[in-house]
Design a protein around this ligand. Structure first.
Ligand SMILES: Nc1nc2c(ncn2[C@@H]2O[C@H](COP(=O)(O)OP(=O)(O)OP(=O)(O)O)[C@@H](O)[C@H]2O)c(=O)[nH]1
Length: 417
């Protein structure tokens, strides 16, 4: 089963995708990707390879020792030596390496570990053949074939390690086979050809399997990276939809959504809520006097002033449109909203942004209208908005730079400076 690729946070998807596409469309016949992709591949596949190598190593140790039962029958001259090599040298070494592999100590060297285990088995068989002068010794070449098939097709060691193993086994086994005392020359040559053919066939299978596994990995990784890039794009888009680009406050759309939610909660729990509508005084004159870009900078500062005047994390400040802002206060009675509104107006005074053309003051000032209470007092959220807007209108018409709270009677407003 191909390894499950991850979108490694150390390598951002955007950085990896071009190399990945190029590799998929090009060739990787040498079974190696470009460095960052190769590192990703090795890291992603290491845990599964480690588990597989250790499990298959244990099975190999058992299979290797089954031949203890046939050593005595096949090689009566050296069977005790064979037992000693199998039981006191090869098997303990295999178990030690597999234990280290299981503990993760050999993770960077998994293929070197698998290659060493395979070579241990093969070299021990070559040694036993070498020590025997019995005619059956030549049959131990089958042990070499089986071992090589096991590491290349079952364990699926990386191709280059498999190829290196083949060369080393041939270098050790070739001279030994040819020097076996008890076998006819045609048998020796045939055994060498059989061993070579087995290795070539196994290497071909090993190469194809690794090629397919790598291609499958790249395809899966491409899907994973595309999905995470898409998720990042969606997150950025939803940020754009929920935030006002100029001030960084919530957008009008976000305000509308939150208003409905908070209204419903307040209705269900019979809890109060409040709205503060805020409008910049004589902002047209500000723009005309200082220019539109300076007007934008002024709106950004007003956004900061409003944001820094709010103390509860449930308070939501939004840009309602143009030079109009709104604050949505959950679980807040109008008396408490009045405290917040006064704090905003005062913070704006303290910021003292010059407004040379304002008939109200020589600095930028705000008019604020509050409406709040139990939802049952307003019937709908739209009525609550109308009430806050009405209070703001009153603040404007009573001279600006002030806070007005809408009164339920709709006629009696509480007007404060
Ligand atoms: N710089 C800038 N100006 C804006 C923006 N949005 C709205 N405005 C300006 O804000 C001004 C609002 O003007 P009015 O609605 O007449 O209100 P006002 O001049 O503030 O007068 P009062 O509200 O009655 O005190 C207009 O000139 C708009 O062009 C913006 O994003 N940037």
């Amino acid at each position: 089963m191909p390894a499950k690729p991850t979108a490694n946070p150390a390598t951002p998807p955007t950085a990896l995708l071009p190399a990945l596409e190029a590799t998929l469309h090009g060739k990787f016949t040498h079974l190696r990707f470009a460095p960052p992709l190769e590192a990703h591949y090795l890291t992603d596949t290491a845990p599964a390879r480690s588990r597989r190598y250790v499990l298959l190593g244990l099975i190999a140790a058992v299979l290797f020792n089954i031949f203890n039962f046939t050593d005595q029958l096949m090689l009566p001259d050296v069977y005790q030596l064979a037992w000693m090599i199998r039981l006191t040298v090869v098997t303990p070494l295999m178990l030690v390496m597999l234990a280290l592999g299981r503990l993760g100590k050999l993770d960077p060297y998994l293929d070197a570990m698998a290659m060493t285990l395979g070579l241990l088995c093969c070299i021990s068989l070559v040694f036993i053949m070498n020590m025997s002068s019995h005619a059956n010794a030549i049959h131990y070449v089958k042990g070499l074939m089986l071992t090589f098939m096991y590491v290349s097709i079952v364990v699926r060691m990386h191709f280059w390690y498999t190829l290196a193993s083949a060369i080393l086994i041939m270098a050790a086994a070739g001279p030994t086979i040819m020097s076996l005392a008890g076998s006819a020359i045609e048998l020796k040559i045939n055994s060498l050809v059989e061993l070579t053919a087995t290795m070539v066939i196994s290497l071909m299978a090993n190469y194809q399997m690794e090629f397919e596994a790598r291609r499958e990995y790249l395809r899966n990784l491409r899907e994973t990276l595309r999905t995470s890039a898409l998720a990042a794009e969606n997150a950025a888009l939803s940020k754009i939809a929920t935030l006002d680009a100029l001030t960084g406050l919530a957008s009008r759309r976000q305000f509308d959504t939150q208003l409905q939610l908070i209204w419903q909660q307040a209705e269900q729990l019979n809890r109060p809520m409040s709205l503060i509508f805020i409008d910049v005084d004589h902002f047209k004159r500000f723009n005309d006097h200082y220019g539109h870009p300076e007007g934008d900078r002024c709106l950004m500062q007003i956004g900061e002033v409003i944001r820094s005047s709010l103390q509860r994390h449930t308070d939501l400040a939004a840009r309602y449109g143009g030079e109009e802002f709104v604050v949505l206060l959950k679980e807040c009675a109008p008396e408490d909203a009045l405290i917040v509104a006064r704090r905003i107006r005062q913070a704006m005074q303290n910021r003292a942004i010059p407004h040379a053309d304002s008939p109200t003051a020589q600095i930028v000032t705000l008019s604020l209208g509050i409406a709040g209470g139990m939802p049952s007092e307003f019937n709908t959220a739209a009525t609550l908005i109308e009430a806050a807007d009405d209070a703001l209108y009153q603040a404007k018409s009573h001279g600006r730079n002030r806070v007005v709270t809408f009164n339920k009677a709709h006629l009696k407003q509480n007007i404060t400076g």
